[in-house]
Design a protein. Structure first.
Length: 179
């Protein structure tokens, strides 16, 4: 999560507006796409920060680039451009997602496994661990890690639940060496 106070303020304003209009889901989806673009295209940020282009040209560029996006998202990008805060887009998205998760009672979770989890397995993990962290559901991202040998490692915020074979073997090795 970002440490930017500016991004948090803009994200909260956008979240409240999206919530008021009943568009939290679509706005979040579009923001995640915007984040991918800004992370993968560093030239775009440089172009938007260059003084050679007028503010009008920059807004036209953003409008054309994100013409299929929700108008709230395009307007927020335009506002960030006007306020010379376009560098905060990625942080704003992170803060918006955090606000949406908090309001929905969900949490982001990363599951490390030796293979891709099925939808049923992901749902079972979400159901089992959401209660442990006091949430309604978990939004699971599955990362394949063959070094686990078997089992899973789950990370929710700063909590880690590790039931992988490799960690069990490491604990057994420490116990045997320590004896």
């Amino acid at each position: 999560m970002s440490q930017s106070v500016v991004a948090k303020r803009y994200a909260l304003a956008l979240f409240e507006l999206a919530q008021k209009n009943g568009q939290t889901g679509p706005v979040q989806k579009d923001l995640l796409e915007v984040k991918k673009v800004f992370q993968n295209e560093s030239e775009l940020v440089q172009l938007l920060n260059t003084p050679q282009l007028t503010a009008t040209k920059k807004k036209e560029l953003l409008a054309n680039l994100f013409k299929g996006a929700n108008p709230l998202v395009v307007n927020m990008l335009s506002l960030l451009l006007d306020r010379k805060r376009i560098n905060e887009v990625v942080n704003l998205v992170d803060e918006f997602v955090a606000s949406a998760d908090e309001a929905a009672g969900t949490a982001a979770a990363t599951v490390y496994s030796t293979r891709k989890l099925s939808a049923d397995e992901s749902q079972a993990i979400s159901t089992a661990f959401a209660q442990k962290v006091g949430k309604n559901a978990l939004r699971i991202e599955n990362i394949i890690d063959p070094t686990l040998l078997g089992g899973i490692r789950l990370r929710i915020g700063n909590r880690i639940y590790d039931s992988s074979v490799s960690s069990k073997l490491n604990r057994l090795q420490r116990d045997l060496i320590g004896s």
